[in-house]
Design a protein around this ligand. Structure first.
Ligand SMILES: Cc1ncc(COP(=O)(O)O)c(C=O)c1O
Length: 410
């Protein structure tokens, strides 16, 4: 609790309503466990795009680098700049396609590593760097910007078709200011129990590599694997793996959970702000999608779909209060949702509700939410909005965000 002479800042209200709790010990554990799957010569890139899948990019980046990751992956130039502005010096690969000369300048200025996906884009880079060099006092990174060539082996997203690898690499090689330091591709179906397409993409990648080697155009670094491929087979690891989801302690698919014991990093918590009695026949929330069959006690919790709890979970969500599971009732609203707490005699306003996270021996998981809402856990994690402060588990007790600490009684 804040003393009366302290200013009620945003930080002091972090756990007043709803928040995401981040467990950096779990994150460190995951990186070490993943590293143990790799040969010592294989680098681990942690993919920290989309604010580290909702976990907070800067904190995650610092932690994974301390734990043994050596590269970071982002989707956009601003994501890379955010990490650089925070003082992070590790190599950062921008995996999205960049065509805007201002972003090319930012890449060079902040020493980010761009992905090149087409000859046209390579030209934009080379020409922009030529002009920039003429007007800038910046030195080596501009002379030979390290670039990473992306080959499309079957994802049909970014990259030059694998069969045109040599032409593309040769074209980039003769352009000034560009130095090809890696080639890579991305799997479309590595999380499927049916490996047919993954094998086809793997073969295509290998055939591109063989052709590049023959043409003397092969860079030192080759990479292909996302989390699923990293967990599948070491023949997919090459010189680096690009691990997103597994960094955060989730498995891309149930059949990939045997190789390594990962720990989920993120929990979601919110407070009960109001308790009330319902009479039989009362309807709950918009559309009255729940009607009380008997008298009951409900809790109103300060979190909703504007925070990242999908509305599709309405009437299907289970959450925990003091270790006990309770059902959610009616439509999830923008900022609030309702729970049936009839079975919990001692529940009070101010109590903490766990929506995702460890509850006793079981884990309320983003995988369950994804299954109910017919999406993937990646989307659930990225869905938690900035309205939810990110609180480190190690700080949770001190910041009055944990259940051990008595919650503010309203
Ligand atoms: C090019 C690329 N590599 C690696 C990853 C990491 O994927 P995952 O989260 O499945 O490990 C992504 C994420 O979508 C990606 O776009």
């Amino acid at each position: 609790m804040l003393s009366w002479d302290q200013t009620p800042t945003l930080a002091s209200m972090r756990c007043s309503r709803a928040w995401v709790e981040i467990d950096l010990e779990a994150l460190t554990h995951n990186i070490r466990a993943l590293k143990a799957l790799l040969s010592p010569a294989t680098d681990l890139m942690s993919v920290v795009k989309a604010d580290a899948y909702g976990h907070g990019a800067v904190t995650v980046a610092r932690t994974v680098l301390r734990a043994g990751a050596t590269w970071l992956g982002v989707a956009t130039v601003p994501e890379g700049v955010e990490l650089r502005e925070a003082g992070i010096e590790a190599p950062i690969l921008v995996m999205g396609a960049v065509n805007d000369p201002t972003e090319v300048r930012a890449i060079a200025h902040w020493h980010l590593h761009p992905t090149l996906v087409s000859p046209k884009q390579a030209l934009v880079f080379s020409e922009t760097l030529a002009t920039y060099t003429a007007h800038s006092s910046e030195t080596d990174f501009l002379q030979a910007l390290p670039v990473h060539l992306n080959f499309d082996t079957g994802m049909s997203r970014l990259g030059v078709r694998w069969s045109q690898a040599v032409e593309f690499a040769r074209f980039v090689k003769q352009l000034p200011h560009l130095d090809t330091v890696s080639v890579y591709s991305h799997f479309a179906t590595a999380d499927s129990p049916d490996p047919t397409t993954m094998h086809l993409q793997h073969q295509r990648f290998d055939s591109a590599i063989a052709a590049l080697r023959q043409a003397d155009l092969l860079p030192n670094r080759l990479h292909l694997a996302n989390s699923a491929a990293t967990l599948t087979d070491s023949s997919l690891h090459y010189d680096m793996v690009r691990v997103g989801l597994a960094t955060y302690g989730l498995y891309p698919a149930p059949h990939l959970s045997q190789k390594v014991a990962l720990k989920p990093v993120l929990s979601v918590k919110a407070r009960i702000t109001h308790l009330k009695e319902l009479a039989a026949g009362d309807g709950v929330s918009y559309g009255h999608r729940f009607i009380a069959k008997k008298n009951m006690r409900i809790a109103i919790v300060a979190i909703g779909y504007a925070d990242g709890v999908p509305r599709l979970l309405s009437n299907k969500l289970k959450v925990a209060i003091a270790g006990q599971l309770v059902p959610q009732l009616g439509a999830v609203t923008m900022d609030q949702l309702m729970l049936d707490v009839s079975a919990l005699a001692s529940v009070q306003e101010g109590d903490i509700v766990t929506l995702l996270g460890q509850v006793g021996s079981q884990h309320l998981s983003a995988d369950q939410w994804a299954e109910i809402t017919s999406t993937i856990s990646w989307e659930i994690l990225c869905g938690f909005k900035h309205r939810l402060p990110r609180v480190l588990r190690s700080e949770a007790t001190a910041a009055s965000c944990s259940e051990q600490e008595s919650s503010p009684r309203l």
